[in-house]
Design a binder for this molecule. Structure first.
Ligand code: ADP
Length: 275
């Protein structure tokens, strides 16, 4: 019928968007160029409160760069990123004029985002507990007791309650990565970015880290952006999957749509590699 036909021809993102409300993150017309190389070629993308979004695609397609821009580790060449409706790189003066953000503005915005990287970057000379309490004390100004309490709670969540006094060098890669996750969570960000967090791990350690992330995804209403090559993991926990290639979003949709009914030839051939 005409009615079903009009539904069928709606762009996929309008059909699947399950989440409403104001986006917590918005990329608007974002491009990024390194030297002569344009790695992000115009991205419009919104992440909604509580949404778990998986970003998949070939290496070099710009996924990490998208994540790093949220953390202010890279600045877009053109376009804007809004967090909670506020521009990341610009701020309003008292007279309402938009000017370039100062360090104070960036620091405040950065606190809304937590990021876990492929390499854990723990402080080797600090115990597990001190690695996790450091930022809550120095950045959020929590007392030692408050920071300790929060840190123990997060380290328990990632299953490391019996490693508080241990030093990173005595932990396995999987344990180190779980400390890094606790360290990001303890700041209570609104959005967590997980960037290929299992890529540097020995295969037998991948499972424990994905399991921890899955649990966090299930019992928290934090928004998440998961950059991953683990397709089963993406399918399991994502509300929406974004497939990007060469700096553009090629296709997006529910895990079922993306993995069972990929439309573009590019996504089809990308997925074949994981079969
Ligand atoms: P992905 O995460 O999808 O593998 P990246 O965002 O890491 O992709 O990289 C996209 C492209 O940008 C790659 O070609 C990479 O070499 C390049 N690139 C990333 N960061 C820099 C940088 N700081 N300077 C120059 N080129 C970079």
């Amino acid at each position: 019928t005409a009615e079903t036909k009009s539904v069928m021809t709606l762009p996929r993102e309008e059909v699947v968007s399950p989440l409403t409300g104001e986006p917590i993150v918005q990329y608007q017309g974002v491009t990024k160029t390194f030297g002569d190389l344009e790695v992000i070629k115009g991205i419009d993308l919104a992440l909604y409160p509580g949404e778990k979004m998986a970003l998949i695609g070939p290496s070099g397609s710009g996924k990490t760069t998208l994540g790093r821009m949220l953390m202010t580790l890279e600045e877009p060449t053109t376009g804007t990123i809004l967090i909670d409706g506020e521009p990341l790189w610009q701020m309003k003066t008292s007279s309402g004029k938009l000017v370039r953000a100062n360090e104070k503005h960036l620091r405040r915005m950065r606190q809304k985002i937590g990021m876990v990287f492929q390499h854990f970057n723990l402080f080797p000379h600090l115990s597990v507990l001190r690695n996790v309490t450091l930022a809550p004390m120095s950045v959020l100004g929590l007392s030692k007791e408050e920071a300790y309490q929060r840190a123990v709670e997060m380290l328990t969540k990632v299953g490391l309650q019996d490693k508080l006094g241990e030093y990173p060098s005595r932990l396995s890669g999987g344990q180190k990565q779980r400390v890094a996750i606790a360290r990001a969570l303890v700041m209570q960000p609104k959005v967590m970015v997980f960037d290929e967090v299992t890529s540097a791990l020995d295969p037998e350690l991948v499972g424990e880290v994905l399991e921890v992330i899955k649990e966090i995804a299930i019992d928290s209403d934090m928004a998440m952006m998961l950059i991953t090559h683990e397709m089963d993991f993406a399918r399991d926990i994502a509300d929406r999957v974004i497939f990007g290639a060469e700096g553009r979003i090629v296709e997006q949709g529910s895990p079922e749509a993306i993995f069972e009914q990929p439309e573009s030839e590019r996504l089809q051939s990308f997925l074949k590699r994981f079969r």
